[in-house]
Design a protein around this ligand. Structure first.
Ligand code: HPA
Ligand code: ZN
Length: 340
């Protein structure tokens, strides 16, 4: 019991980064209804409670159907700003000191919302958090993999005037049937522009998709990566390349990627030396932000103090942040865990 209290206390108080977060997945039902009302958009759910009752998913696609519906009430730059600020305020209170945020421009462009409206609102909130709290950040533009390569190229074109605000590109949405190789050329174009690349792989899709992301696309990290555990050679390769995995425990549970939190593979990942990190993915839909993800691992997966420390360090070593800040936070973690 004492051990459990100490672990929770440590997890909550330690500095954290969030490396896998879809800003549209932070849309709390209350805020969604507020925006729907002020933008005069009818939601298919008649109340906040009714909407929340729909948060039960058998797989990724069932979640995505609701996620795209939810984001349809984001219209103005102020909406994107307030959505992002609400998220940053919450995680600042959880000692998150660095965030790397995905946004899905195609999910808004196809509704007629200009690229500049989206990015300017999100970016304004990030800059405000930076000046108020010294929170550092990177913005990641994600391509929707169920759409075509042509659509991804058209989106990249829209991003060109905003490149100074974008650090990396990602790949999300329905994984099965949409392997990373479908986007090989557009990712090459992004790399030629100096952008870092990450891709969701091995969440529902096979280890083969992770191989493609590593071998063909030459990603800088892997989002999820759960199914890498099925392939010893792949584990070896991920370790050799020192690629960080942005793992999302509560997401995995809610989307039935794992049977049960007690079966979560993050401890096995660590035991193989994989650079696993803890992240929240779509916290408004999956039942928790950073602290709640750590809490689930502590209470249900029984992670040890040594594993908690490793996860904390991995999250800073895998972050795209200035070296001096990284060092400062790694030293803080060493001090916090010095008694162990
Ligand atoms: N997987 C794939 N696409 C997504 C997710 C996810 O967990 N969340 C938002 N888009
Ligand atoms: Zn994700």
């Amino acid at each position: 019991m004492i051990q459990k209290v100490d672990l929770l206390d440590l997890a909550f108080s330690m500095p954290k980064t969030e490396l896998h977060l879809h800003i549209e997945g932070t849309f709390e039902a209350e805020q969604m209804f507020e925006f729907a009302q002020r933008n005069n958009i009818a939601l298919t759910y008649s109340s906040i409670d009714q909407l929340k009752q729909a948060y039960s998913f058998a797989n990724l696609q069932e979640f995505l159907d609701l996620y795209y519906q939810g984001m349809s009430v984001l219209i103005t730059e102020q909406d994107f700003y307030e959505l992002t600020m609400a998220y940053l305020t919450k995680v600042h209170a959880q000692n998150v000191v660095h965030v790397e945020i995905f946004f899905d421009p195609q999910g808004h462009l196809e509704r007629g919302i200009p690229f500049s409206t989206q990015i300017n609102g999100i970016y304004r909130a990030l800059k405000e958090a930076e000046s108020k709290w010294d929170m550092t950040f990177k913005l990641i533009m994600s391509f929707l993999r169920h759409l075509s390569e042509e659509s991804a190229f058209a989106t990249l074109e829209q991003a060109i005037p905003h490149l100074e605000k974008i650090y990396a590109v990602g790949l999300d949405s329905s994984e099965l049937g949409h392997p990373p190789e479908k986007f090989l050329r557009v990712f090459k174009a992004c790399q030629n522009l100096g952008l870092k690349v990450t891709a969701h792989a091995g969440e529902e899709g096979p280890a083969k998709y992770i191989w493609q992301a590593v071998d063909d696309i030459k990603v800088d990290r892997i989002d999820h990566g759960n199914r890498s555990l099925e392939d010893k050679d792949l584990i070896h390769r991920l370790n050799h390349e020192q690629l960080t995995l942005t793992v999302c425990p509560l997401s995995n549970e809610k989307l039935c990627v794992v049977d049960d939190m007690s079966q979560h593979p993050i401890r096995e990942m660590l035991s193989h030396g994989l650079l696993a990190t803890v992240n929240s993915d779509d916290p408004a839909y999956f039942g928790g932000y950073m602290n709640e993800n750590y809490q689930a691992l502590i209470e249900q997966s029984k992670i040890t103090i040594a594993e908690l420390k490793q996860l904390a360090k991995n999250s800073f070593n895998g972050a795209w942040m200035p070296a001096d800040k990284r060092q400062k936070y790694l030293s803080q973690i060493d001090e916090l865990f010095a008694f162990t």
